[in-house]
Design a protein around this ligand. Structure first.
Ligand code: ATP
Length: 628
């Protein structure tokens, strides 16, 4: 009995496989941080307009409060002193004060609510777009990047966009509004007072910005040192068994200590710089506070401003100081968020190397004929793997690929799967150039069982259903029985609902291969590629599965990459690779009779495996033995 409620992400209703085949719809994303942020903000523009308006109202209410207090004082000082009439006199400014106080709270909180509701959705939107974009990257890109680092970049970039916007709206905009409105209010009272505060504000913002840009360098170094230390701890913990087996626990502690010393130096430098910034801010705030009080007092004593203006000026200076608090730190955080967006965009939003052509077609492969016509290929310029390679594999043919390590077998398969694009020539399947097909169409019709299949950290059932999403439970069971996977699956605690991965069900290489075979049975594609698919199995299971594979291969074009010649001896045809060329082509019996390269490989194969033969001298030896 399958229990399906154990895993939250289980796709409860199997959907037809085709409904997920719209993977190629990745959006074209802007490649500079500014336009990237703009692109996503524009998608939610009305929400952002609402947030900005609310924040303007919120900040304006806040900054007008000292003005209202000033008006109350002005009214009180103008009153006759009759306590009964005082309320009538201050009624209006009091109302204004009350409305502004309520407005400050309401606009602030409604704006906050919008951000709370919208930012997670906005973030998910960015995650989805970046992930879809990442999916379209080539095998070369993905295999040369760390999966964890890419996932981290997606998360940091999406957070970077929302945090950048959040800081602009709720951190910097209020500061600007407070400075502008307070300067205007003070201007009404006495222009030179406004000039004093205004000049202070310009200097303060400029110096804070400058200090933030300078401290960035130190902050980055400190962050890099911290992350290096984390990396060393992770590496050390991963290799803890080796550490113990080599009795190097003390050595590892010493190694970490050295790293920690370096980290300490960097962190102290960064902290010291932050401390200097704090000094600047305290001194600048004190200058504004004391300066405003003394200057206003002086102006009042000369009758230039009223007592109410004096209160307004001192309250405004306190408000400005509270808004300006940690401005450099906030600039620094802002740079970090922009930096995260910039890094993410730079890493992920690179041009796709392998894309479907404009009018790519999705033909059905009915026969499975594979042709290489004059194919040239190199992974990097200057290192040719295939030079003018031509070969045809007939529909339904079962072909084994053999050759020493590095001779080009996997590259041959990679090109059929279009994991890399050939530089010239053509690769055709059923007469259609694979470059003219959509990658989805190509991959739907080719099954691959890799040597070391990797499984998702999902349930066994989900992993198997990856072959065909709409397969019924019965079809899944039947396929796994055929692949001899059912028995060991049922022995696990939760059967098909067992989760695969760390701290969950751990599968051996052979068991993973059987799951991969089960998937392929469900997928039932007309072309099948096996990369020594039975290499991790014990000989009894291998024999049983070989029979199943023979059944699965029936009616399909099959390519088997083999390291053990015994696994391919029974196939229709064997292609012998050497340094990117097919040097022999024929049946096992024919090639043995030829007494050429294959014959020697067969003889050299001690214990069933081909010897590794990367060594240049050995290769020359092999060449010498080749019949002329
Ligand atoms: N991703 C890659 N990037 C750069 N060069 C590569 C890449 N993969 C393979 N090569 C190089 O291409 C050549 C052919 O390698 P390939 O993997 O096709 O050989 P192979 O016969 O499959 O070897 P093995 O039996 O060890 O898997 C080798 O020189 C190898 O170093």
């Amino acid at each position: 009995m399958i229990r399906r409620d154990t895993h939250r992400f289980f796709i409860k209703k199997p959907r037809p496989s085709e409904s997920f085949q719209r993977a190629a719809d990745a959006p074209a994303l802007p490649t500079t941080p500014f336009w990237f942020i703009f692109y996503f903000v524009n998608k939610f523009r009305w929400w952002y307009v609402a947030m900005i308006v609310l924040e303007i109202l919120h900040a304006t209410c806040g900054i007008m409060l000292p003005y209202a207090i000033g008006e109350i004082i002005r009214s009180v000082t103008r009153s006759t002193g009759d306590s009964k009439l005082i309320f009538d006199t201050v009624k209006q400014p009091l109302m204004l004060f009350a409305v502004l106080s309520v407005g400050e709270v309401v606009f602030g909180r409604v704006g906050g609510l919008l951000q709370t509701l919208r930012h997670p959705i906005h973030r998910q939107h960015i995650v989805r777009a970046l992930y879809a974009y990442l999916q379209q990257h080539s095998h070369r890109y993905l295999s040369s990047s760390f999966a964890g680092a890419l996932a981290h970049r997606i998360s940091e970039t999406s957070l970077g966009v929302t945090q950048t916007m959040s800081m602009l709206i709720t951190e910097f905009m209020p500061v600007i509004i407070v400075y502008i409105v307070s300067t205007a209010l003070l201007y009404r009272a006495y222009p030179p007072l406004a000039a004093f505060v205004g000049i202070w504000a310009v200097f303060f913002i400029s110096i804070s910005f400058w200090l933030a840009t300078r401290s960035r360098f130190h902050a980055r170094r400190a962050a890099a040192a911290r992350s290096d230390t984390t990396g060393i701890i992770v590496d050390s913990v991963t290799n803890l068994v080796s550490t113990k087996l080599f009795a190097r626990l003390g050595f590892e502690r010493h190694y970490l200590n050295e790293r920690l010393k370096y980290e300490l130096i960097q962190v102290r430098r960064s902290n010291w710089y932050s401390e200097r910034i704090r000094w600047f801010q305290f001194i600048a705030s004190a200058i504004l506070k004391v300066g405003t009080v003394f200057y206003s007092l002086f102006l009042w004593s000369r009758g230039k401003i009223s007592a109410a203006d004096f209160v307004v000026a001192t309250s405004l200076s306190l408000l400005i100081i509270s808004e300006a608090r940690n401005l450099s730190k906030r600039f620094l955080e802002f740079f970090e968020h922009i930096g995260n967006v910039s890094n993410g965009v730079g890493t992920i939003v690179q041009p796709h190397e392998l894309i479907d052509r404009e009018n790519a077609i999705a033909p059905s492969i009915t026969q499975g004929k594979i042709e290489f016509r004059h194919v040239d290929f190199s992974y990097y310029s200057g290192k040719t793997v295939f030079n003018n390679l031509s070969v045809t594999i007939q529909p339904g043919e079962r072909v084994g690929l053999v050759g020493f390590s590095g001779s080009g077998k996997s590259t041959f398969v990679n090109l059929i799967l279009r994991l890399f694009d050939r530089q010239s020539g053509q690769i055709l399947i059923d007469g259609v150039d694979i470059g003219d097909m959509t990658q989805d169409a190509l991959h739907t019709q080719i099954s691959l069982i890799p040597q070391d299949p990797s499984l998702f950290h999902r349930t066994l059932l989900e992993n198997i259903r990856y072959g065909r999403l709409d397969a019924t439970d019965e079809e899944v069971f039947e396929a796994s029985r055929k692949a001899h996977a059912h028995e060991f699956i049922m022995r696990t605690k939760e059967g098909y609902d067992s989760l695969v991965g760390e701290r969950r069900v751990k599968l051996s290489g052979g068991q993973r291969q059987r799951i991969a075979i089960t998937r392929v049975i469900l997928k039932d594609a007309p072309i099948l590629i096996l990369d020594e698919a039975t290499s991790s199995l014990d000989s009894i299971t291998e024999k049983a599965i070989q029979d199943t594979l023979d059944l699965v291969m029936d009616g399909k074009t099959v390519i088997v990459v083999a390291h053990r010649l015994s696994t391919i001896a029974h196939l229709d045809r064997i292609l012998v690779f050497d340094q990117g060329s097919i040097v022999e082509d024929g049946t096992h019996a024919k090639l043995l009779a030829q007494r050429g390269a294959y014959y020697r490989l067969w003889q050299m194969q001690a214990g069933g495996f081909l010897p590794e033969k990367d060594d240049h001298n050995e290769h020359l030896e092999f060449q010498k033995q080749r019949p002329a």
